[in-house]
Design a protein around this ligand. Structure first.
Ligand SMILES: Nc1nc2c(ncn2[C@@H]2O[C@H](COP(=O)(O)OP(=O)(O)O)[C@@H](O)[C@H]2O)c(=O)[nH]1
Ligand SMILES: [Mg+2]
Length: 380
């Protein structure tokens, strides 16, 4: 269930927050923004008498960020400089792990995310939400006007691709709050790239995610680090999350895609060999041989990628064996269907053959998934 929490901050102005809050801010070359965001957070801290800490998780920017945090002189703010495993999501995860308070907030350093919304987010968390997102896509939210069409389209497409994973309107947001306890209890986080909130929603299995509308301000200082390369990583990330959520359907879909690619490879090789003037039987055999090989390699590397470190030779023999048995199943099934079911129908033989192909494929899939590329091949 996703809920939009549209109440205004003023309703909560007199509420005192007793829980400590750890605000995690990943940074890379944000020296100009650091004093501004600290000032805004300090105003908030005083207004609501908040107990908080701010942790900047900086990927060794070496632009004076560390000095800027020190110069601001707040004893509740510190910077952790990382030198390994560079990236926004790993930085956030390190920050969450290092946090000392039971409520975690993550936000950008570039002032796109209004810190003034934090109390409202925490209240939502305290009234039953498992996570609360500062959202650009719920009623009452807005973004600065100069979002070009392409940036908008990009954001909408990325959000739609994540829709089967969560009904959250803005799972791409980098502004969210959750409990430290929930973070500590999830152990298979594998964030590639930027989408740390989406990773946490899926891996923590959150059902109740609230969304607080925000006005998303474009950054004034510094530049965005969201590059094309990061966007490609998003596709990889999505695939992993789909595998996590819909494992069986995903393996089958990938197996079928690879199977279809085999048809294309087969026909392409056949045509190529024909052009080279080889006898037809050689061309047919060549098409089959090459497509069996590409199917095997793609299934190993892509469909069942968790098994890609298993023994290549054994897997290949297993794959050939499964294909041979699959072909036998297909034949027996076709003969059965022809004699018992499709006899007397027009195109009866073809229908029987199609039924045979389907059962052969199902058999093949199960053999590959549970025998040839079974999970024990995972590298320790
Ligand atoms: N630690 C760390 N922070 C990063 C990295 N890339 C981006 N950030 C920070 O993550 C936040 C979001 O990045 P930003 O460039 O504003 O992305 P955008 O809002 O999508 O344009 C900012 O505070 C950045 O400084 C990184 O590789 N490591
Ligand atoms: Mg930003």
């Amino acid at each position: 269930m996703t809920q939009t929490l549209a109440s205004s901050l003023s309703e909560f102005a007199d509420i005192r927050f007793t829980t400590g809050i750890s605000i995690i801010i990943p940074t890379y070359k944000e020296v100009e923004n650091i004093p501004h965001i600290l000032e805004r957070i300090d105003q908030l801290r005083r207004a609501h008498d908040l107990t908080l800490e701010v942790l900047f998780l900086d990927d060794n920017s070496q632009d004076g960020s560390a000095e800027a945090v020190a110069a601001a002189g707040y004893d509740w703010a510190r910077i952790i400089v990382r030198t390994k495993d560079r990236g926004l999501s790993p930085a956030v995860i390190d920050g969450f792990a290092a946090a000392q308070y039971p409520v975690l907030v993550c936000m950008d350093c570039d002032l796109s995310h209004p810190p003034e919304k934090v109390p409202q987010m925490i209240l939502a968390l305290n009234t039953g939400q498992q996570m609360v997102i500062g959202s650009r896509y719920v009623p009452g939210a807005s973004t600065d006007d100069d979002w070009g069409f392409l940036r908008w389209l990009n954001s909408v497409v990325a959000t739609l691709l994540a829709r089967p994973l969560t009904s959250v309107r803005d799972p791409m947001s980098g502004f969210f709050a959750m409990r430290k306890g929930d973070f500590d209890s999830v152990n298979d986080l594998n964030p590639v790239g930027y989408k740390i909130a989406l990773e946490l929603v899926v891996k923590c299995g959150f059902e109740n995610v609230g969304e607080v509308p925000i006005h998303f301000t474009d950054r004034i200082h510094g530049e965005s680090k969201l590059t094309f390369k990061e966007q490609l990583k998003y596709i990889k990330h999505l695939r992993r999350l789909y595998l996590h959520r819909f494992a069986n359907a995903m393996y089958l879909a990938q197996f079928l895609v690879v199977g279809a690619s085999g048809v294309v490879v087969n026909l392409a090789v056949l045509s190529l060999l024909l052009v080279m003037g080889l006898p037809e039987t050689v061309c047919l055999a060549g098409g089959i041989g090459v497509s069996v090989l590409t199917n095997f390699l793609l299934n190993r590397r892509f469909t069942f990628s968790y098994a890609r470190h298993g023994h290549l030779g054994k897997q290949f023999l297993g794959f050939l064996g499964a294909s041979a048995v699959g072909a036998g199943v297909s034949f027996v099934m076709s003969v059965f269907l022809r004699s018992q079911i499709t006899d007397g129908l027009s195109y009866g033989l073809h229908l029987a053959a199609l039924g045979g192909i389907a059962s052969g494929m199902i058999f093949n899939y199960l053999g590959n998934r549970f025998l040839v590329f079974r999970k024990t091949h995972i590298r320790k």
